[in-house]
Design a protein around this ligand. Structure first.
Ligand SMILES: NC(=O)c1ccc[n+]([C@@H]2O[C@H](COP(=O)([O-])OP(=O)(O)OC[C@H]3O[C@@H](n4cnc5c(N)ncnc54)[C@H](O)[C@@H]3O)[C@@H](O)[C@H]2O)c1
Length: 371
Protein backbone atom coordinates (compact mmCIF):
# COMPACT_ATOMS: atom_id res chain seq x y z
CA UNK A 1 0.00 0.00 0.00
CA UNK A 2 1.23 3.52 -0.85
CA UNK A 3 2.12 5.51 2.28
CA UNK A 4 2.30 9.01 0.84
CA UNK A 5 1.88 10.69 -2.53
CA UNK A 6 3.67 13.25 -4.66
CA UNK A 7 1.36 15.92 -6.03
CA UNK A 8 2.08 17.95 -9.17
CA UNK A 9 0.18 21.26 -9.24
CA UNK A 10 -0.31 22.70 -12.74
CA UNK A 11 -1.45 26.33 -12.45
CA UNK A 12 -0.20 28.19 -9.36
CA UNK A 13 -2.53 31.21 -9.43
CA UNK A 14 -5.31 32.32 -7.11
CA UNK A 15 -7.01 29.02 -6.30
CA UNK A 16 -3.70 27.21 -5.86
CA UNK A 17 -2.32 29.83 -3.47
CA UNK A 18 -5.52 30.54 -1.54
CA UNK A 19 -7.08 27.11 -1.28
CA UNK A 20 -5.36 23.96 -2.61
CA UNK A 21 -1.76 24.57 -1.50
CA UNK A 22 -2.79 25.32 2.10
CA UNK A 23 -4.68 22.00 2.04
CA UNK A 24 -1.66 20.20 0.57
CA UNK A 25 0.59 21.64 3.29
CA UNK A 26 -1.92 20.32 5.83
CA UNK A 27 -1.92 16.87 4.19
CA UNK A 28 1.87 16.96 4.20
CA UNK A 29 1.87 17.61 7.95
CA UNK A 30 -0.29 14.48 8.31
CA UNK A 31 2.33 12.45 6.40
CA UNK A 32 0.02 11.85 3.43
CA UNK A 33 1.99 14.03 0.99
CA UNK A 34 5.69 13.32 0.43
CA UNK A 35 6.56 15.97 -2.12
CA UNK A 36 5.02 18.83 -4.13
CA UNK A 37 5.93 19.85 -7.70
CA UNK A 38 4.68 23.24 -8.90
CA UNK A 39 4.14 24.29 -12.52
CA UNK A 40 3.05 27.60 -14.01
CA UNK A 41 3.77 29.40 -17.27
CA UNK A 42 4.48 32.48 -15.13
CA UNK A 43 7.78 32.04 -13.19
CA UNK A 44 6.85 34.77 -10.67
CA UNK A 45 4.02 32.53 -9.40
CA UNK A 46 6.49 29.68 -8.95
CA UNK A 47 8.70 31.86 -6.75
CA UNK A 48 5.68 32.68 -4.58
CA UNK A 49 4.60 29.07 -4.09
CA UNK A 50 8.16 27.95 -3.32
CA UNK A 51 8.50 30.63 -0.67
CA UNK A 52 5.03 30.39 0.85
CA UNK A 53 4.27 26.67 0.67
CA UNK A 54 7.66 24.94 0.53
CA UNK A 55 6.98 23.51 -2.95
CA UNK A 56 9.93 21.18 -3.57
CA UNK A 57 10.46 21.53 -7.31
CA UNK A 58 9.10 23.94 -9.94
CA UNK A 59 8.89 24.08 -13.70
CA UNK A 60 7.27 26.20 -16.41
CA UNK A 61 6.63 23.11 -18.55
CA UNK A 62 3.50 21.02 -17.73
CA UNK A 63 5.06 18.02 -19.55
CA UNK A 64 7.74 17.88 -16.85
CA UNK A 65 5.01 17.27 -14.27
CA UNK A 66 2.91 14.93 -16.37
CA UNK A 67 5.86 12.76 -17.43
CA UNK A 68 7.54 12.75 -14.02
CA UNK A 69 7.40 9.11 -12.81
CA UNK A 70 7.46 10.21 -9.16
CA UNK A 71 4.21 12.24 -9.48
CA UNK A 72 1.13 10.26 -8.32
CA UNK A 73 -1.54 12.97 -8.58
CA UNK A 74 -1.76 15.83 -11.09
CA UNK A 75 -3.85 18.75 -9.87
CA UNK A 76 -5.03 20.95 -12.75
CA UNK A 77 -5.72 24.53 -11.62
CA UNK A 78 -5.19 26.49 -14.81
CA UNK A 79 -7.56 28.72 -16.76
CA UNK A 80 -10.52 26.69 -18.01
CA UNK A 81 -9.60 26.31 -21.69
CA UNK A 82 -6.50 24.30 -20.65
CA UNK A 83 -8.40 21.79 -18.47
CA UNK A 84 -9.42 19.21 -21.07
CA UNK A 85 -6.09 18.77 -22.84
CA UNK A 86 -4.03 18.70 -19.61
CA UNK A 87 -6.43 16.17 -18.06
CA UNK A 88 -6.25 13.88 -21.10
CA UNK A 89 -2.45 14.05 -21.23
CA UNK A 90 -2.16 13.33 -17.50
CA UNK A 91 -4.57 10.37 -17.63
CA UNK A 92 -2.74 8.96 -20.64
CA UNK A 93 0.51 9.21 -18.67
CA UNK A 94 -1.06 6.98 -16.01
CA UNK A 95 -1.66 9.69 -13.37
CA UNK A 96 -4.49 10.18 -10.91
CA UNK A 97 -6.02 13.56 -11.77
CA UNK A 98 -8.06 16.25 -10.08
CA UNK A 99 -9.31 18.89 -12.52
CA UNK A 100 -10.95 22.14 -11.42
CA UNK A 101 -14.27 22.99 -13.08
CA UNK A 102 -15.30 22.63 -15.77
CA UNK A 103 -13.64 19.35 -16.88
CA UNK A 104 -13.46 20.83 -20.44
CA UNK A 105 -15.05 23.75 -22.27
CA UNK A 106 -16.48 21.88 -25.30
CA UNK A 107 -18.56 18.72 -25.47
CA UNK A 108 -16.12 17.10 -27.86
CA UNK A 109 -13.21 17.66 -25.49
CA UNK A 110 -15.35 16.49 -22.56
CA UNK A 111 -16.07 13.24 -24.44
CA UNK A 112 -12.34 12.74 -24.93
CA UNK A 113 -11.74 13.34 -21.21
CA UNK A 114 -14.36 10.69 -20.35
CA UNK A 115 -12.86 8.21 -22.84
CA UNK A 116 -9.37 8.80 -21.44
CA UNK A 117 -10.67 8.30 -17.89
CA UNK A 118 -12.35 5.01 -18.91
CA UNK A 119 -9.20 3.72 -20.60
CA UNK A 120 -6.63 4.92 -18.07
CA UNK A 121 -5.56 3.18 -14.86
CA UNK A 122 -5.69 6.43 -12.83
CA UNK A 123 -8.67 7.97 -11.05
CA UNK A 124 -10.28 11.22 -12.24
CA UNK A 125 -11.93 13.57 -9.73
CA UNK A 126 -13.68 16.59 -11.26
CA UNK A 127 -14.53 19.73 -9.28
CA UNK A 128 -16.78 21.01 -7.84
CA UNK A 129 -16.75 18.75 -4.78
CA UNK A 130 -20.09 19.88 -3.30
CA UNK A 131 -21.35 16.31 -3.04
CA UNK A 132 -18.66 15.46 -0.49
CA UNK A 133 -19.91 17.96 2.12
CA UNK A 134 -21.66 16.44 5.14
CA UNK A 135 -24.55 18.93 4.81
CA UNK A 136 -25.14 18.01 1.14
CA UNK A 137 -25.00 14.34 2.08
CA UNK A 138 -27.53 14.89 4.82
CA UNK A 139 -29.85 16.68 2.39
CA UNK A 140 -29.32 14.07 -0.31
CA UNK A 141 -30.04 11.17 2.05
CA UNK A 142 -33.21 12.91 3.27
CA UNK A 143 -34.44 13.42 -0.32
CA UNK A 144 -33.44 9.86 -1.34
CA UNK A 145 -35.28 8.42 1.68
CA UNK A 146 -38.48 10.28 0.77
CA UNK A 147 -38.42 12.72 3.70
CA UNK A 148 -39.92 15.47 1.48
CA UNK A 149 -42.04 13.09 -0.57
CA UNK A 150 -41.77 13.13 -4.35
CA UNK A 151 -39.52 16.06 -5.36
CA UNK A 152 -41.21 18.35 -7.88
CA UNK A 153 -39.05 21.48 -7.85
CA UNK A 154 -35.48 22.53 -7.05
CA UNK A 155 -33.77 25.91 -6.97
CA UNK A 156 -30.13 26.96 -6.53
CA UNK A 157 -28.06 30.14 -6.82
CA UNK A 158 -24.49 31.26 -6.59
CA UNK A 159 -23.02 34.54 -7.71
CA UNK A 160 -20.81 37.45 -6.71
CA UNK A 161 -19.31 40.52 -8.32
CA UNK A 162 -16.79 38.38 -10.25
CA UNK A 163 -13.01 37.85 -10.32
CA UNK A 164 -10.78 40.91 -10.73
CA UNK A 165 -7.47 39.07 -11.10
CA UNK A 166 -7.52 37.27 -14.50
CA UNK A 167 -9.10 38.40 -17.78
CA UNK A 168 -9.72 34.85 -19.05
CA UNK A 169 -12.81 34.64 -16.77
CA UNK A 170 -14.48 37.08 -19.21
CA UNK A 171 -13.28 35.54 -22.50
CA UNK A 172 -14.93 32.69 -24.46
CA UNK A 173 -14.57 29.52 -22.38
CA UNK A 174 -15.06 31.54 -19.17
CA UNK A 175 -18.14 33.24 -17.70
CA UNK A 176 -20.20 32.78 -14.53
CA UNK A 177 -21.95 29.59 -15.60
CA UNK A 178 -18.68 27.62 -15.93
CA UNK A 179 -17.20 29.37 -12.89
CA UNK A 180 -20.16 29.60 -10.44
CA UNK A 181 -23.38 28.07 -11.79
CA UNK A 182 -21.46 24.80 -12.20
CA UNK A 183 -21.74 24.28 -8.42
CA UNK A 184 -25.53 24.64 -8.58
CA UNK A 185 -25.96 22.39 -11.63
CA UNK A 186 -23.87 19.75 -9.86
CA UNK A 187 -25.94 20.04 -6.65
CA UNK A 188 -29.30 19.94 -8.44
CA UNK A 189 -28.46 17.02 -10.72
CA UNK A 190 -27.10 15.20 -7.66
CA UNK A 191 -30.30 15.81 -5.68
CA UNK A 192 -32.89 15.46 -8.48
CA UNK A 193 -31.09 13.17 -10.93
CA UNK A 194 -30.02 13.57 -14.57
CA UNK A 195 -31.50 16.30 -16.77
CA UNK A 196 -33.50 15.72 -19.94
CA UNK A 197 -34.06 19.31 -21.17
CA UNK A 198 -32.73 22.79 -20.47
CA UNK A 199 -33.69 26.33 -21.37
CA UNK A 200 -32.09 29.60 -20.41
CA UNK A 201 -32.03 33.37 -20.78
CA UNK A 202 -28.72 35.20 -20.39
CA UNK A 203 -27.57 38.80 -20.70
CA UNK A 204 -24.40 40.89 -20.59
CA UNK A 205 -24.92 43.66 -18.05
CA UNK A 206 -21.38 45.09 -17.90
CA UNK A 207 -19.55 44.94 -21.26
CA UNK A 208 -16.42 46.50 -19.74
CA UNK A 209 -14.70 45.76 -16.41
CA UNK A 210 -11.44 46.49 -14.67
CA UNK A 211 -9.38 43.32 -14.30
CA UNK A 212 -5.81 43.24 -12.96
CA UNK A 213 -5.80 47.05 -13.13
CA UNK A 214 -6.85 47.28 -16.80
CA UNK A 215 -10.16 47.98 -18.52
CA UNK A 216 -11.15 44.90 -20.56
CA UNK A 217 -14.05 44.06 -22.88
CA UNK A 218 -16.26 41.26 -21.52
CA UNK A 219 -16.87 38.63 -24.21
CA UNK A 220 -19.24 36.28 -22.35
CA UNK A 221 -22.71 36.88 -20.90
CA UNK A 222 -22.47 37.65 -17.19
CA UNK A 223 -26.04 36.92 -16.00
CA UNK A 224 -27.95 33.62 -16.37
CA UNK A 225 -31.38 32.22 -15.42
CA UNK A 226 -31.61 28.53 -16.30
CA UNK A 227 -34.53 26.10 -16.14
CA UNK A 228 -33.79 22.37 -16.12
CA UNK A 229 -36.22 19.49 -16.60
CA UNK A 230 -34.94 16.35 -14.89
CA UNK A 231 -35.65 12.86 -16.24
CA UNK A 232 -37.68 12.25 -13.05
CA UNK A 233 -40.10 15.01 -14.13
CA UNK A 234 -38.85 17.48 -11.49
CA UNK A 235 -38.08 21.05 -12.64
CA UNK A 236 -35.24 23.16 -11.25
CA UNK A 237 -33.78 26.63 -11.72
CA UNK A 238 -30.26 28.07 -11.43
CA UNK A 239 -29.53 31.77 -10.88
CA UNK A 240 -25.92 32.81 -11.44
CA UNK A 241 -24.08 36.01 -12.35
CA UNK A 242 -20.85 37.98 -12.14
CA UNK A 243 -22.59 41.01 -10.64
CA UNK A 244 -24.58 39.74 -7.67
CA UNK A 245 -23.62 41.70 -4.55
CA UNK A 246 -25.18 39.94 -1.57
CA UNK A 247 -27.86 37.41 -0.78
CA UNK A 248 -29.52 35.80 2.20
CA UNK A 249 -31.49 32.61 2.39
CA UNK A 250 -31.10 29.09 1.12
CA UNK A 251 -28.49 28.23 -1.53
CA UNK A 252 -30.30 25.09 -2.67
CA UNK A 253 -33.91 24.06 -2.12
CA UNK A 254 -35.86 20.91 -2.93
CA UNK A 255 -39.65 21.09 -2.76
CA UNK A 256 -41.45 17.75 -2.46
CA UNK A 257 -45.10 16.80 -2.19
CA UNK A 258 -44.70 16.20 1.57
CA UNK A 259 -42.10 18.76 2.59
CA UNK A 260 -39.24 21.10 1.71
CA UNK A 261 -35.53 20.90 2.50
CA UNK A 262 -33.04 23.76 2.14
CA UNK A 263 -29.25 23.96 2.24
CA UNK A 264 -28.20 27.24 3.83
CA UNK A 265 -25.03 29.23 3.04
CA UNK A 266 -23.61 28.27 -0.35
CA UNK A 267 -23.44 24.75 -1.74
CA UNK A 268 -19.61 25.10 -1.68
CA UNK A 269 -19.75 26.52 1.88
CA UNK A 270 -22.80 24.92 3.50
CA UNK A 271 -24.25 26.33 6.73
CA UNK A 272 -26.80 23.73 7.83
CA UNK A 273 -30.25 22.71 6.70
CA UNK A 274 -33.81 23.88 7.19
CA UNK A 275 -36.49 21.26 6.87
CA UNK A 276 -40.27 21.30 6.69
CA UNK A 277 -42.31 18.08 6.87
CA UNK A 278 -46.09 18.23 6.61
CA UNK A 279 -46.36 15.47 9.19
CA UNK A 280 -44.53 17.68 11.73
CA UNK A 281 -45.99 21.02 10.69
CA UNK A 282 -43.03 23.14 11.76
CA UNK A 283 -39.67 24.23 10.36
CA UNK A 284 -36.71 22.40 11.86
CA UNK A 285 -33.18 23.78 11.84
CA UNK A 286 -30.48 21.16 11.38
CA UNK A 287 -27.14 22.50 12.56
CA UNK A 288 -24.28 22.34 10.07
CA UNK A 289 -22.23 19.18 10.12
CA UNK A 290 -19.86 21.00 7.75
CA UNK A 291 -18.40 23.78 9.86
CA UNK A 292 -14.83 22.80 8.96
CA UNK A 293 -15.58 21.35 5.55
CA UNK A 294 -13.24 22.84 2.90
CA UNK A 295 -14.60 23.07 -0.65
CA UNK A 296 -11.23 21.69 -1.85
CA UNK A 297 -12.13 18.39 -0.15
CA UNK A 298 -12.02 16.49 -3.46
CA UNK A 299 -8.23 16.58 -3.20
CA UNK A 300 -8.11 15.12 0.33
CA UNK A 301 -10.60 12.49 -0.91
CA UNK A 302 -8.47 11.64 -3.95
CA UNK A 303 -5.32 11.38 -1.81
CA UNK A 304 -7.15 8.98 0.54
CA UNK A 305 -8.43 6.94 -2.43
CA UNK A 306 -4.90 6.62 -3.82
CA UNK A 307 -3.45 5.70 -0.41
CA UNK A 308 -6.20 3.13 0.29
CA UNK A 309 -6.51 1.91 -3.32
CA UNK A 310 -10.20 2.85 -3.48
CA UNK A 311 -12.44 4.46 -6.10
CA UNK A 312 -13.58 8.07 -5.53
CA UNK A 313 -17.18 8.72 -4.48
CA UNK A 314 -17.74 11.27 -7.27
CA UNK A 315 -17.55 10.10 -10.89
CA UNK A 316 -16.62 11.93 -14.11
CA UNK A 317 -19.86 10.89 -15.86
CA UNK A 318 -21.79 13.45 -13.78
CA UNK A 319 -19.21 16.18 -14.48
CA UNK A 320 -19.63 15.47 -18.21
CA UNK A 321 -23.43 15.62 -17.87
CA UNK A 322 -23.10 18.96 -16.03
CA UNK A 323 -20.87 20.24 -18.87
CA UNK A 324 -23.50 19.22 -21.44
CA UNK A 325 -26.23 21.03 -19.45
CA UNK A 326 -24.14 24.23 -19.22
CA UNK A 327 -23.28 24.22 -22.94
CA UNK A 328 -26.93 23.47 -23.79
CA UNK A 329 -28.06 26.36 -21.55
CA UNK A 330 -25.75 28.73 -23.47
CA UNK A 331 -27.14 27.42 -26.79
CA UNK A 332 -30.70 27.79 -25.50
CA UNK A 333 -30.01 31.41 -24.55
CA UNK A 334 -28.54 32.16 -27.98
CA UNK A 335 -31.21 30.39 -30.01
CA UNK A 336 -34.30 30.88 -27.85
CA UNK A 337 -34.90 27.11 -28.17
CA UNK A 338 -35.16 24.55 -25.37
CA UNK A 339 -32.34 22.01 -25.73
CA UNK A 340 -32.48 18.25 -25.21
CA UNK A 341 -29.76 16.63 -23.10
CA UNK A 342 -28.36 13.36 -24.40
CA UNK A 343 -25.94 12.25 -21.70
CA UNK A 344 -26.89 10.84 -18.34
CA UNK A 345 -25.09 9.49 -15.27
CA UNK A 346 -25.58 6.83 -12.65
CA UNK A 347 -26.73 8.56 -9.42
CA UNK A 348 -24.52 7.60 -6.47
CA UNK A 349 -26.06 6.28 -3.27
CA UNK A 350 -25.64 8.59 -0.26
CA UNK A 351 -22.23 8.06 1.38
CA UNK A 352 -22.50 5.42 4.11
CA UNK A 353 -21.20 7.60 6.95
CA UNK A 354 -23.79 10.29 6.24
CA UNK A 355 -26.55 7.68 6.07
CA UNK A 356 -25.69 6.20 9.43
CA UNK A 357 -25.00 9.43 11.23
CA UNK A 358 -26.17 12.78 10.03
CA UNK A 359 -28.99 11.80 7.70
CA UNK A 360 -30.70 9.77 10.38
CA UNK A 361 -30.55 12.79 12.65
CA UNK A 362 -33.05 14.42 10.30
CA UNK A 363 -35.24 11.33 10.50
CA UNK A 364 -34.93 10.97 14.28
CA UNK A 365 -35.72 14.62 14.92
CA UNK A 366 -38.83 14.46 12.77
CA UNK A 367 -40.12 11.55 14.80
CA UNK A 368 -39.07 12.94 18.16
CA UNK A 369 -40.81 16.22 17.34
CA UNK A 370 -43.88 14.45 16.01
CA UNK A 371 -44.43 12.49 19.23
N1 LIG B 1 -9.84 31.50 -7.60
C1 LIG B 1 -10.81 30.88 -6.96
O1 LIG B 1 -11.27 31.30 -5.89
C2 LIG B 1 -11.35 29.59 -7.51
C3 LIG B 1 -12.23 28.85 -6.72
C4 LIG B 1 -12.68 27.62 -7.17
C5 LIG B 1 -12.26 27.16 -8.41
N2 LIG B 1 -11.43 27.89 -9.18
C6 LIG B 1 -11.02 27.37 -10.48
O2 LIG B 1 -9.61 27.19 -10.49
C7 LIG B 1 -9.08 27.41 -11.80
C8 LIG B 1 -8.00 28.47 -11.72
O3 LIG B 1 -8.57 29.67 -11.25
P1 LIG B 1 -7.66 30.83 -10.63
O4 LIG B 1 -8.59 31.81 -10.05
O5 LIG B 1 -6.59 30.23 -9.80
O6 LIG B 1 -7.02 31.43 -11.96
P2 LIG B 1 -5.65 32.25 -12.11
O7 LIG B 1 -5.73 32.95 -13.41
O8 LIG B 1 -5.40 33.03 -10.86
O9 LIG B 1 -4.53 31.10 -12.16
C9 LIG B 1 -4.39 30.22 -13.25
C10 LIG B 1 -2.90 29.97 -13.43
O10 LIG B 1 -2.73 28.96 -14.42
C11 LIG B 1 -1.56 29.28 -15.16
N3 LIG B 1 -1.62 28.55 -16.43
C12 LIG B 1 -2.48 28.76 -17.46
N4 LIG B 1 -2.25 27.84 -18.44
C13 LIG B 1 -1.23 27.06 -18.01
C14 LIG B 1 -0.55 25.94 -18.57
N5 LIG B 1 -0.87 25.44 -19.75
N6 LIG B 1 0.45 25.37 -17.84
C15 LIG B 1 0.79 25.85 -16.61
N7 LIG B 1 0.18 26.92 -16.04
C16 LIG B 1 -0.83 27.51 -16.72
C17 LIG B 1 -1.61 30.79 -15.28
O11 LIG B 1 -0.32 31.33 -15.56
C18 LIG B 1 -2.12 31.18 -13.90
O12 LIG B 1 -1.06 31.43 -12.98
C19 LIG B 1 -10.28 27.78 -12.66
O13 LIG B 1 -10.79 26.63 -13.27
C20 LIG B 1 -11.28 28.30 -11.65
O14 LIG B 1 -12.62 28.16 -12.11
C21 LIG B 1 -10.95 29.12 -8.75
Amino acid sequence: MTESVTIGVIGCGSVAQNAYLPLIVNLRSQGKVASIVGCDLDPSRLEIVQQRFGVDRVTVDPAEVIDDPTVDIVLILTSMTEHGSLTIRSLEAGKNVLVEKPMAVTLEEGRRVLAAADAAPGRLVCAPHVQLSPDYQQMYAAVAEGKVGRPLLGRARYGWDGPDWSAWFYAPGGGPLFDLGVYNVTSLTGLLGPASKVTCLSTLTRPERVVAGEMIRVETDDTFQIVIEHASGALSTVTTAFGMQKYRGAAVEVYGLEGTIQLMGDDWAPAGLEYWANEVGAWQLIESASSYWPWTDGLAHLVDCVLRDEEPYTRPDQAFHVLEIMLAAMRAAESGQTQHIESTFEPRPPRPRARRGDAHRVHDRVHEDAQ
